[in-house]
Structures are given as C-alpha cells and as structure tokens.
Ligand binder design. Structure first.
Ligand code: CDP
Ligand code: CDP
Length: 229
C-alpha cells in the first residue's frame, strides 16, 4: 500500500494541516502537496497584475495561463520559486474570493489530481477528501477551537517579527472559514468517511503520532484482507 497511498487532510485555517501533512510526508518518505499554496499563488499573481477578484473571467484566464509545479514539496509558479510572498495578509484577505470561482477550482483540481495520479501523496486543503481524492486511503479532518487556531497564527507571525492584533487575526480566520464553508462549489466540509481529530490542546507530535497510527492500522487491515482473499 505504501507504494501507492493517498492521504487527504482537510480542515479550517490554522488547524495545523500543512505542518502535520509535511511531517507525515517526511516520515513516510512520500510527496507532500499543499493545495492552499496553489490558490494563494494565483491570488498573489492576480494582485500583482491588478486584476480584481470580482473579475471572474480574467481570473480564470490567469489560472489557465499560469504554470504551477511542485518539486520536492516546494512550489514553483511560472518557473519561479515562491514562498513567503503568498502568506501575506493581502493574500489572506483575497484568496477565499478567488477560490470560490468554479472555473478556477476546475483548473487547480485537475492539476492536483494529475500530480497525485500513480504517486503516494499527502495532500492538504479544503476539498481533498470530498473532491480531489474521493478514494483516498485515509481521510483526516483536522480542527481546533477558533481561539487556539488564532493564537497559533498569532505566535507564528510574532516569531516572524509581525505583531498583528490577536483579535484581528481571529476575525480574518472566521471570515475566511465562513466563505470557504458557505461557497456553493466544493465547500469546506468533512467527507463522510473522514476521521475528525480535534487538535485543541494537542502538540504537533501528538497529532502526527495519532495519524501515523491510523495509517499503520489501515495498512495492516488492507494487507490482511489481501492475504485472506
Ligand atoms: O494555511 P491556511 O489554512 O491559512 O490556508 P491555506 O490552506 O493556505 O488555504 C488558503 C485558502 O485557499 C483557503 O482559505 C481557501 O479559500 C482556499 N483553498 C481552497 O479553497 N481549497 C483548497 N483545497 C485549499 C485552499
Ligand atoms: O495549514 P493550517 O492553516 O491548517 O495550519 P498550520 O499552518 O500548519 O499551523 C498553524 C500554526 O500552528 C503553525 O505555526 C504550527 O506550528 C502551529 N501548530 C501547533 O502549534 N500545534 C498543532 N497541533 C498544530 C499546529
């Protein structure tokens, strides 16, 4: 199964998806794909090109004309390595509007499916268990209280030297979650067969250990089924 295992991790902002997904990918030596980074990169490019997020036609054109690649977990847009620029507050404030556009999602989901095809992957986002990898071997829905998610982001920004008001961070997360959950096409929702892990009060290693245990159990169960048939 490890030859071709697909792990889907979804959940709201600040639940720990990317941190946990990256660690799981490292420990299993498989590919990590951060789908949020793709929506962020497109949003960043739209801002740089002065394209309004309400101009759906132009945004879809932009998505169609953008070359997105993932190499060793790192994101390249139009052959340029991108990192911190897609995590700015400006991108945070616009990304959920751009991610609402069905034409944009169709383009990015197609790319995500293509990367996952025939590969072992851990993919994190909002619609991975429901839309991108509906047949994933393991689906996890990560959550945590809004207070804890906001505080995590606050500490992260503080470490980077940005002192943003905790209440403002909380407001921005609540707003993004609202848009992501209420959008018509591929909203943020737990897949029926996803396992919920509430990470409030849990540290990163505890969450990683729980998920690795679930993966090991699943692999054992699948190989027993194979042996018995
Ligand atoms: O890291 P954080 O949870 O703040 O966000 P992210 O995973 O980088 O995703 C940024 C935004 O992209 C989300 O708020 C969604 O609007 C959008 N997104 C999405 O619609 N579908 C995905 N599979 C991943 C992200
Ligand atoms: O990707 P997502 O927005 O779901 O969350 P993240 O960017 O992985 O995590 C947000 C912050 O919370 C990071 O600074 C993590 O180190 C931290 N975190 C934590 O303190 N405890 C956890 N159990 C998970 C994440």
């Amino acid at each position: 199964l490890l030859n071709n295992i697909q792990i889907a991790i979804d959940g709201p902002a600040g639940a720990g998806k990317s941190t946990i997904a990256k660690k799981i990918a490292e420990s299993l030596d498989i590919t990590y794909i951060d789908t949020g980074a793709m929506y962020r990169a497109l949003t960043y490019k739209a801002i740089m090109n002065n394209i309004s997020m309400y101009n759906h036609e132009e945004i879809i054109q932009l998505a169609a004309n953008t070359d997105i690649n993932i190499n060793k977990g790192e994101l390249y847009v139009d052959a340029k390595y991108v990192k911190d620029e897609i995590r700015s507050q400006g991108v945070n404030d616009h990304v959920s509007y751009i991610a609402q556009i069905p034409g944009v999602r169709k383009i990015l989901v197609k790319l995500q499916k293509k990367i996952a095809l025939g590969n072992s992957v851990v993919m994190d986002g909002r619609d991975i268990g429901t839309f991108v990898l509906p047949d994933a071997d393991i689906k996890i829905f990560l959550t945590a209280s809004i207070e804890e998610r906001a505080y995590r982001r606050y500490s992260e920004l503080l470490k980077q030297g940005e002192n943003i008001d905790l209440k403002d961070i909380e407001k921005s997360i609540v707003e993004r979650d609202r848009i992501d959950t209420e959008r018509e096409y591929a909203p943020l929702v737990k897949a029926e067969d996803a396992i919920i892990i509430d990470t409030t009060g849990l540290n990163i290693d505890e969450v990683v250990e729980r998920i690795i245990n679930l993966i090991m159990k699943k692999i054992k169960k699948d190989s027993n089924t194979l042996l018995n048939n």
